[in-house]
Design a binder for this molecule. Structure first.
Ligand SMILES: Nc1ncnc2c1ncn2[C@@H]1O[C@H](COP(=O)(O)OP(=O)(O)OP(=O)(O)O)[C@@H](O)[C@H]1O
Ligand SMILES: [Mg+2]
Length: 406
């Protein structure tokens, strides 16, 4: 080890992280890979706020599944908007209310007032009086606000149609007023809007921005961005990132959820630190996945239902994965290992077609994942992987094999 390396490892303490906070949920990156389209759409929708402020009350609705970047996009968008507003001498405030926490009309309006920083006494006022007081405060200070109502479906369910109507159609009553309130609504699904009367519903759906679950390549870019910010250089290989992206990617049967992908990366780093490892390995990722997706217990249960040859095959998959040190292995290599293991145990190996059946069965039970290879492999072959930590799994399998042989 050269001097530089020694200094580096001292400086590093014993951690692979240089800035772990970057992986926490509240961190807002300066740039969002693969949300350019949504950000551009929002810019278009909110353009009148910059070119002709006060002329209309703007509203947009962000729709998409779990962890697809709705909340963070609203935050990044408003950060950009505030900057642009400032350049145009427009005093723009941003308010972000989580309706999961504040779900009554009173709570939502109080929270808006609190975040705007308007000195309005809340006691004894009705939501309507509070909101009117806020409007005159904004009028006096010539301020505009973008209000994000996140997890808005909770508000609809709890507060109901009239509250939604009151909140977002206030300007109907004052058509000549300068429009200072603008809204971004966020919800995971759109069906909840069916609880509203049809005019309010169509009012809300005016500008819809959709968020699709992330694909492998998209998660890869998102994770690379976080890795470079969070980890010391050289501690997390691209292969490790790719493994996480494959696990979560919607095109690989995952949820397409960036939140859990980032969480896996965080826990993998922590697993490496726990072991005092210099680098994050794929096995650390498997451990992280086991913590976040507690599948291990389920799989250990399922193992009891397997027969001897399924167990031997599973052991062969594990041995091959370990030996090749790759996220996925080819069925041909697994079969070779399987025959070798059978020989060691002194049992007759099953034929190829039967092995194939076993693979399908294990896949069906979600103990392994299997897919047919695409480009990059000579010919087409079945690739197999296991997402749970291999060591405890192999130990359990060894125990069961011993039992079955008795
Ligand atoms: N395109 C992206 N680039 C960088 N980070 C992203 C991107 N999309 C999502 N993230 C990160 O993934 C995590 C989840 O995103 P976010 O909280 O915005 O999801 P969401 O759509 O609001 O999900 P939920 O419906 O569960 O609230 C956050 O840490 C966020 O910073
Ligand atoms: Mg969210």
């Amino acid at each position: 080890m050269g001097n530089e390396n020694i200094n580096e490892s001292i400086g590093r303490g014993i951690s692979v992280f240089k800035n772990i906070e970057v992986l926490y949920p509240e961190y807002v990156p300066s740039y969002l890979p693969h949300r350019e389209l949504q950000l551009r759409l929002l810019e278009q929708i909110f353009k009148p706020l910059l070119t002709d402020p006060g002329s209309v009350s703007i509203r947009a609705m962000l729709i998409g599944g779990v962890g697809v970047g709705k909340t963070v996009t609203a935050r990044v968008f408003s950060r950009n908007m505030k900057k642009l507003a400032l350049e145009n001498n427009i005093d723009l405030k941003y308010v972000h209310v989580n309706c999961h926490r504040d779900r009554t009309l009173y709570e939502v309006v109080s929270e808006i007032i609190r975040q705007v920083g308007a000195p309005i006494p809340l006691r004894g006022l009705s939501p309507r009086e509070m909101l009117l007081a806020l409007l005159s405060h904004l009028e006096r200070h010539k301020q505009y606000v973008i209000i994000t109502l996140d997890e808005f479906d909770y508000f609809i369910r709890t507060a109901g149609n009239d509250a939604v109507y009151f909140l977002i159609r206030l300007y109907d009553e004052y058509p000549d007023a300068v429009k200072r309130l603008n809204y971004i609504f966020i919800s995971r699904d759109i069906t909840v809007l069916g609880m509203l009367d049809s005019t309010t519903e169509s009012y809300m759906l005016k500008h819809l921005v959709k968020f699709e679950p992330y694909k492998l390549v998209e998660l890869y870019d998102i994770l690379i961005q976080r890795r470079d910010l969070a980890f010391y250089e050289g501690t997390v290989d691209n292969d490790v990132i790719k493994y996480i992206a494959e696990h979560e990617g919607v095109d690989r049967g995952g949820e397409g959820n960036a939140r859990s992908a980032i969480e896996v990366l965080l826990h993998a780093g922590m697993a490496a630190d726990n072991e005092g490892a210099q680098r994050v390995s794929i096995e650390h990722v498997r451990k992280a996945i086991a913590i976040i997706h507690p599948d291990v217990v389920r799989i250990s249960d399922e193992l009891n239902n397997l027969d001897l040859h399924e167990l031997l095959l599973l052991k062969a998959i594990i041995r091959t994965l370990k030996e090749k040190n790759m996220p996925e292995v080819k069925i041909g290599d697994v079969e070779e290992e399987y025959r070798y293991i059978c020989q060691q145990y002194g049992v007759e190996p099953r034929k190829h077609t039967q092995v194939y059946e076993y693979i399908n069965n294990l896949k069906h039970m979600e103990i392994i994942q299997a897919r047919v290879s695409g480009k990059g492999y000579r010919g087409r072959t079945t690739l197999i992987k296991i997402s749970t930590p291999l060591d405890p799994l192999e130990r359990r399998i060894d125990e069961l094999i011993e039992k079955r042989r008795k």
